[in-house]
Design a protein around this ligand. Structure first.
Ligand code: NDP
Length: 294
């Protein structure tokens, strides 16, 4: 079994991106990070994004509207960022408080600044295999991890657990694309899927994104499979200072001995998500600069 080291692969990608930023003409790319509320995971994700941006030479602008912000006020804020020529990319940290319509906010972002890839147009561009769009960072990170770990999906059976707009659906569409590194046969499973393990056992590559701690067990795996664990779940653990530990959607101790390759949690998909956000921000900057820098 080989561990897919997301930290190492993300570090390589970030070094490459740093060189790209240094070679860009004019001002540095600028990413606006909008966070509403104090959800601890969101606070830590935005801090990580800010830190990685600084490491790369990407400017970040963190905007913290009050938790009481209304839908109209947040939409106005997005409109202002859309119109601001100094901003290349906009990320609205999910989840938003429940009084806000998250999907409407995602759709409000100018598709040309939608570095999170959640706008309808950018999701549609994945289906149309149009490379000018922005691919959501986690699915794009998964594809990058696979490519850089020499896992060619061509002709393989990829089973995706989960059909969210953020992970499951876009990664299934990416694996399905008729291009190098993809071209897989794809099955997507969800909470309505019957006899789940009979399907996951057919997977050459299993991508688990369901948000249930250690849900995938050894009896669900075909020996030799590649397993990508997207899940980030907090499980109570009195032995930790924080009172919890992070675990994936895969029961790593029983599954890993059966796999040819597997991602750990933490240190697998997570670091790639931030790296791909930087990639998208630089892409947005280059697209705004015009064809000569693309
Ligand atoms: P969602 O809750 O939006 O979607 C979960 C999906 O899993 C749904 O499609 C749901 O089915 C399906 N599902 C839930 N329970 C079962 C079950 N028992 N059997 C089969 N399918 C099931 O989650 P996300 O896609 O946003 O996130 C998934 C996980 O990935 C989470 O742990 C999240 O924290 C993590 N994550 C990690 C990221 C990273 O950077 N590493 C980034 C984004 C997410 P249905 O549609 O029928 O409800």
């Amino acid at each position: 079994m080989e561990l897919i080291d997301g930290n190492a692969i993300a570090a390589t990608l970030i070094a490459e991106l740093k060189a790209t930023v240094a070679a860009l003409p004019g001002r540095a790319p600028c990413l606006a990070l909008v966070r509403v509320g104090e959800d601890p995971a969101s606070v830590s994700y935005v801090r990580k994004k800010e830190k990685t941006a600084a490491e790369l030479g990407v400017t970040s602008r963190v905007i913290l509207p009050a938790i009481t912000v209304t839908q109209a006020e947040l939409e106005q804020l997005i409109d202002d960022l859309n119109a601001d020529p100094a901003v290349d990319g906009i990320l609205v940290q999910s989840p938003l408080p429940t009084h806000l319509d998250e999907l409407a906010i995602f759709r409000r972002v100018d598709p040309a600044k939608d570095v999170d890839g959640f706008h309808t147009l950018n999701l549609g561009k994945i289906a149309q295999e149009d490379a000018t769009g922005f691919v959501a960072c986690t699915p794009a990170g998964i594809m990058e991890l696979l490519t850089r770990s020499q896992v060619d999906l061509a002709g393989k059976h990829v089973v995706v657990l989960g059909r969210s707009l953020i992970v499951g659906k876009p990664v299934a569409l990416l694996a399905l694309q008729k291009k190098t590194g993809a071209n897989a046969t794809v099955t997507v499973c969800h909470s309505g899927t019957r006899d789940l393990s009979s399907i996951t056992r057919l997977a050459d590559v299993l991508i688990a994104a369901i948000g249930r701690a250690e849900f995938v067990t050894a009896d669900m795996i075909k020996p030799g499979a590649v397993v990508i664990d997207v899940g980030i779940n907090r499980v109570a653990d009195a032995s930790k200072k924080t009172g919890y530990r992070l675990t994936g959607d895969v029961h790593f101790p029983s599954v890993s001995p059966l796999c040819s390759k597997i991602t750990p949690v933490p240190g697998g998909v997570g670091p790639m998500t931030v790296a791909l956000l930087m990639h998208n921000t630089i892409k947005a900057r280059r697209q705004r600069l015009g064809p000569t820098t693309r």
